[in-house]
Design a protein around this ligand. Structure first.
Ligand code: ZN
Length: 200
């Protein structure tokens, strides 16, 4: 069997959201990916050096607010690659990259489209024993699973209240498009109900 950790790239750096694009570029010169975190150490965006270069060329100054407004995909390192390929979020993954977490929910890698393609092309797809199938069929729940085994999930940090919303495949399409955004999932009774807010 093949697992996410066998295919993921470990070539990434964590970048604090309050870094300038210039500082981020200096950090990224020897790595393929940067994972931008907010003050709560939640990942808000995965970037490549070319995206940082573009931000600098356009005189952008704020990584948290000026970079492409993306949801975050995340998957556990011990999830089988077949389960990733079978996920309803796979079509989303081919447009962005997924973060890989361990049992402590630390980010340990990045899973890219190229690596998934390599798995599929290598003929290793359709192996027996997809243990997470029950979790992936019909629901994306799985939040109760330890980080190592967490199936492919999509998140979006609300820019109004910074709550990390969990999205299903359909809601990811909404974030990508320009139609009405869903309500923010923040359960805090002290927070006024509001629509999910994008970055500027
Ligand atoms: Zn919110």
């Amino acid at each position: 069997m093949s697992f996410v950790k066998d295919y993921m790239s470990r070539d990434f750096k964590i970048i604090r959201g309050d870094f300038s694009p210039q500082n981020a570029m200096a950090l990224l010169t020897e790595s393929s990916f940067g994972v931008i975190e907010n003050a709560d150490q939640q990942a808000i965006c995965v970037v490549t050096i070319s995206e940082i270069k573009a931000a600098i060329a356009q005189r952008k100054t704020d990584l948290m607010h000026d970079l492409p407004d993306k949801y975050i995909l995340q998957v556990g390192q011990d999830v089988e690659m077949q389960a990733v390929v079978d996920s309803p979020l796979l079509t989303t993954l081919v447009e962005t990259n997924a973060l890989v977490t361990n049992g402590a929910n630390d980010i340990v890698g990045v899973l890219t489209k190229a690596e998934i393609q390599q798995f599929v092309n290598g003929g290793k797809s359709h192996e027996k024993g997809v243990t997470l199938e029950a979790n992936l069929n019909g629901n994306l729940g799985g939040a109760e699973l330890a980080g190592d085994f967490r199936p492919l999930m999509a998140y979006y940090i609300c820019r109004e209240c910074r709550y990390r919303n969990t999205l299903d495949a359909e809601q990811v399409e909404v974030i990508n498009g320009t139609t009405n955004l869903p309500s923010c999932q923040n359960p805090d009774p002290a927070v006024q109900p509001h629509v999910l807010k994008r970055s500027r």
